[in-house]
Design a protein around this ligand. Structure first.
Ligand code: FAD
Length: 426
């Protein structure tokens, strides 16, 4: 008799570890298949390093097919054109179909650059969201080094991922200093956050003071509560709003290089599917990661719908980071295993956040448990060790993905980070 089929859609950070962990959890009881749109996995958290030539893209790549074959996980890189949840079927880009008994959607973000005129890597700003974008941004970084000009870094209105913006601003500062041109490159940080270090989480521990202090120390000016109106070649037009949302000031910022994190929405393969996604295309899920309208569909990672922490004058979203994504993966793997045993799903993700923001010479780390305040753990710290911890984590994570091993990577890291802190405090 044919085994039931579990399909994981998307092979980024969440989808790849989900495929491994689900395959281990349901071994012999279900067939597992991955529908990707690429032969490779790319370690996105290291993209900021690619953009300042601290990494070559190749170092972040894992060829997935051989790993999936070893683990007896079906694999295609054709990509999904459209999910048809009422028919338990995915239509692929080559016109063929893949049917499933259970579907796990892990398609990450669709980058909404088109929501602002002149924004994005096909227009007037660079991006670090994808490794190939970051590689292209490195060419502009070289040009800034050769012919110094102002830099604008930050996030656009509606963005939900702020850590990489802070990382990139500080990395630029570090790398431009090494090349002895920082004195000729003014850096401005623009963000919809109501204050520096809000991070879409209303801050974690002392991130406000830590990040403000880093920015002051590095002579990075900032504009909070900002909204980008448009970007033309070499100039960004932004509005700074007050607490009441009314425009307080308008700025036109000249730049030689500009990188702002974009707002996200759901990918086209799922956008607009009634009952499956919200109006922005994010997958609706219950506390067991299951879609209420199509209970054989689960969602995890950046593609799921999460409400903001609270109102802000300019909209900011809640980040979905590795630790949280990993806990969603574990909950889904256990829930699928229970379903195969005829039980109802009962596992819930813990939705905590851990972040190591590397600045090239140091960094800021935080742990938020749970992610939304008030919290049981609300911890942040800074120092050279964050830079070293991030390098070690990258190596460890990539090694595990190459080996096809599922393990709570981030949970281990959180324990390590907090352990380090305890040692330091002694
Ligand atoms: P992704 O990793 O984006 O994976 C989604 C995958 O689905 C992609 O491979 C995509 O190509 C694929 N896909 C999309 N549509 C289709 C389709 N139709 N068919 C098939 N496949 C499809 N978090 C941290 O915890 N720590 C960090 O240091 C950190 N740094 C970050 C740095 C950057 C620059 C960014 C952008 C994010 C960072 N994050 C970090 C946040 C988060 O952990 C990452 O965004 C993570 O990659 C999200 O995982 P995901 O699986 O949800 O999405």
């Amino acid at each position: 008799m044919a085994l039931p089929k579990i399909v994981v859609l998307g092979a980024g950070l969440g989808g790849t570890i989900a495929a491994y962990e689900i395959a281990d959890a349901v071994k012999g009881r279900a067939e597992v298949m991955v529908v990707s749109n690429s032969e490779d996995y790319w370690f996105v958290p290291s993209n900021p390093w690619v953009a300042v030539r601290m990494r070559e893209p190749e170092a972040l790549r894992v060829e997935l097919r051989p790993v999936m074959e070893r683990k007896k996980i079906g694999f295609t890189s054709v990509g999904a054109k459209r999910v048809h949840p009422a028919e338990n079927r995915i239509e692929l880009n080559d016109g063929t179909d893949v049917s499933y008994d259970w579907l796990v959607i892990a398609t990450g973000p669709h980058l909404a650059f088109d929501e602002i005129e002149g924004f994005g890597p096909d227009a007037n700003t660079v991006s670090i969201c994808e490794t190939h974008h970051a590689h292209k941004a490195a060419d502009l970084f070289d040009r800034i080094v050769a012919d110094p000009k102002p830099v604008v870094v930050g996030a656009a209105q509606g963005a939900s991922c702020f850590g990489p913006a802070y990382e990139f601003a500080m990395l630029l500062d570090t790398e431009l200093k090494k090349r002895k041109v920082r004195d000729r490159v003014p850096i401005t940080f623009v963000t919809p956050e109501p204050y520096i270090g809000h991070l879409g989480l209303d801050g974690v521990g002392d991130t406000k003071a830590l990040l403000e202090s880093e920015m002051r120390d590095r002579h990075i000016k900032w504009v909070t509560n900002s909204r980008v109106k448009s970007v033309e070649p070499g100039t960004m037009h932004i509005e700074e709003v007050g607490e009441d949302g009314a425009v307080k000031k308008e700025h036109s910022l000249d730049f030689g290089l500009a990188m702002l994190m974009p707002p996200f929405r759901g990918v086209p393969a799922i956008h607009g599917i009634e009952g499956l996604v919200n109006p922005r295309g994010f997958v609706l899920i219950d506390k067991h990661q299951r879609n209420p309208a199509f209970p054989n569909v689960f969602g995890l990672g950046v593609c799921v719908a999460i409400p903001p922490t609270g109102p802000t004058p300019v909209p900011v979203g809640v980040p979905k980071t590795g630790f949280m994504i990993e806990s969603m993966v574990t909950a889904i793997a256990h829930n699928l295993s229970d379903l195969l045993d005829g039980k109802e799903p009962s596992w819930e993700a813990s939705w905590n956040a851990i972040c190591l923001a590397d600045f090239g010479d140091g960094g800021v780390a935080f742990v938020a448990q749970p992610q939304i305040p008030p919290r049981n753990t609300n911890w942040s710290s800074s120092g050279k060790w964050v830079h070293l911890a991030k390098i070690a984590f990258e190596k460890y994570f990539l090694m595990k993905v190459r080996r096809g091993e599922s393990e709570p990577f981030y949970e281990k890291l959180a324990l390590q980070v907090m352990g380090v802190n305890k040692l330091r405090d002694r």
